[in-house]
Design a protein around this ligand. Structure first.
Ligand SMILES: Nc1nc2c(ncn2[C@@H]2O[C@H](COP(=O)(O)OP(=O)(O)OP(=O)(O)O)[C@@H](O)[C@H]2O)c(=O)[nH]1
Ligand SMILES: [Mg+2]
Length: 452
């Protein structure tokens, strides 16, 4: 158990029903005894573990806040140390005051992620699970949360364990071949097994790609000439009247950004000022911001107005060299005009919609998921949340397996195949958190917030 006791406000800053000050360490209960007076008059001296106590936090006999105090003794706690949670009234001031008092009582302010780091150091959770905790805290959509909870349950760790077990089994057979060449183990016979391992790794990689979308999200910019219905489309996608809509061209002067989920993927939608030759300095600034939004977007919805046909401004936009995937959107189909005569081969398909009535919006969403998530809707079972470091390790496992396969095809010696499999095994071991360096641990925990 660490010698020092750490404390932090574990709930977010701002007004709320309650705020929680959390303490962990060998002196957590001792500090609680100093600063807490139970309403019943009893002391915490012989309080059992996992009990709740009602009373007051006091300073020099002055009541600071009315609280509930949760007392949990090691080792059945989040950090495996003694933990005390003080549930104060919501709001920043009460929690800050209580935190100050426990710090004065001998606790030290926790660093980012230090509670979870202690849980890891004391063997309660693996590094994999610590990362899952971070993903739970940071989840932006329900699907992101579900995938993180599955990871916390050890699903990814079990998959890597199975993969390593299978690599070891093939390796063991090859080693028999190396040690006893007379037995004549056929190198051909291991190839299908390595192929199967490569396929499993490939599947994990593609699922981690979906996980990347879920973790990091996407940015989609809605672009077009004035008055085609961009802001109406934003509102339809968000299902709320976020942006101002009027029949006057040039209504949107500045970019409007809002986050909303697209099939579980957190998407930042950007409505932009209509693109045309600017008529005044405000419009000129708006156009500049539109172009900046286009630059940072992962996909663009280029909106056209079917009821008005193609204007020169549309043609100019259609003729641009877009470096981001573009979905063409023919809007206002409710007005009954014929489909637009678009230059063929442009954009990643055209979708006809009415932003006003909502017709075709579902189809547009599906088209976007297809474009961004490779066609498959991410689901709880298909998503694997990995960070860049882990994806890189998984890629290296795949590469080592590829080299092993190549060696079997060239009918190289069993030694060479075995060497590549050993490399795959070592890298998969790193994925399990075996031999992880101090600097990587620091990098993981520094991404947490204080109090977690
Ligand atoms: N009938 C019909 N009208 C629409 C549709 N979408 C938008 N409109 C109308 O078209 C007009 C312009 O809509 P906006 O959403 O403000 O257009 P915008 O592209 O954001 O325009 P700027 O901000 O000026 O660039 C409004 O009067 C909308 O009500 C649609 O699908 N059908
Ligand atoms: Mg607008």
């Amino acid at each position: 158990m660490s010698a020092d006791t750490i404390a932090a406000v574990s709930t977010p800053v701002g007004e709320g029903g309650i705020s929680i000050v959390r303490l962990s360490g060998s002196d957590a209960v001792g500090i609680a005894k100093q600063v807490f007076r139970a309403a019943s008059g009893k002391t915490l001296n012989d309080a059992c573990s996992h009990t709740i106590h009602y009373g007051y936090i006091v300073q020099a006999d002055r009541r600071i806040d009315e609280v509930l105090l949760l007392l949990m003794r090691a080792p059945r706690t989040y950090t495996r140390e003694d933990v005390v949670e003080i549930h104060c009234h919501g709001g920043t001031v009460a929690a800050r005051a209580v935190l100050d008092i426990v710090l004065r009582g001998g606790a030290r302010l926790a660093e980012r992620g230090e509670f979870t780091q202690r849980a890891f150091v004391n063997g309660r959770i693996s590094l994999d699970q610590a990362k899952a905790v971070l993903d739970i805290v940071r989840a932006k959509t329900g699907l992101g949360l579900e995938a993180a909870v599955d990871r916390l349950g050890g699903r990814f760790a079990r998959q890597v364990e199975t993969l390593r077990g299978q690599i070891s089994a093939v390796l063991a057979d090859l080693e028999v071949e190396i040690d006893y060449p007379d037995l004549d183990v056929d190198i051909e016979s291991v190839r299908p097994r390595i192929e199967a391992l490569r396929a499993t790794t490939g599947e994990l990689l593609s699922r981690s790609e979906q996980g990347r979308l879920i973790r990091e999200g996407m940015t989609i910019a809605i672009v077009g000439r004035p008055n085609v219905g961009k802001s109406t489309l934003l509102n339809a996608l968000l299902a709320e009247a976020r942006a101002i809509v009027t029949p006057i061209p040039g209504t949107t002067r500045d970019t409007v950004e809002e986050e909303a989920s697209l099939a579980g993927i957190p998407v930042r939608w950007i409505d932009t000022a209509g693109l045309r030759e600017p008529g005044d300095p405000v419009e000129s600034e708006g156009v500049k911001r539109t172009l900046e939004a286009v630059d940072r977007a992962d996909a663009i919805l280029l909106v056209l107005d079917r009821s008005e046909g193609l204007l020169d401004e549309d043609r100019e936009l259609l003729g641009r060299r877009w470096t981001t995937p573009v979905v063409l959107v023919e809007n206002k189909i409710d007005l009954g005009a014929n489909p637009l005569d678009l230059p063929c081969g442009l954009g990643a398909g055209t979708v006809a919609i009415s932003a006003e009535t909502g017709e075709g919006i579902e189809g547009l969403r599906n088209r976007l998921v297809e474009l961004l998530a490779g066609g498959e809707l991410p689901t709880r079972n298909s998503v694997l949340l990995l960070d860049a470091w882990e994806r890189d390790l998984l890629r290296r496992v795949a590469e080592a397996l590829d080299r092993a396969l190549l060696a079997t095809e060239r009918e190289d010696s069993a030694d060479i195949v075995a060497e590549e499999l050993r490399a795959a095994l070592r890298t998969a071991g790193e994925l399990q958190g075996i031999d992880v360096s101090e600097s990587i641990l620091d990098a993981v925990f520094s991404r947490f917030c204080v109090g977690k």
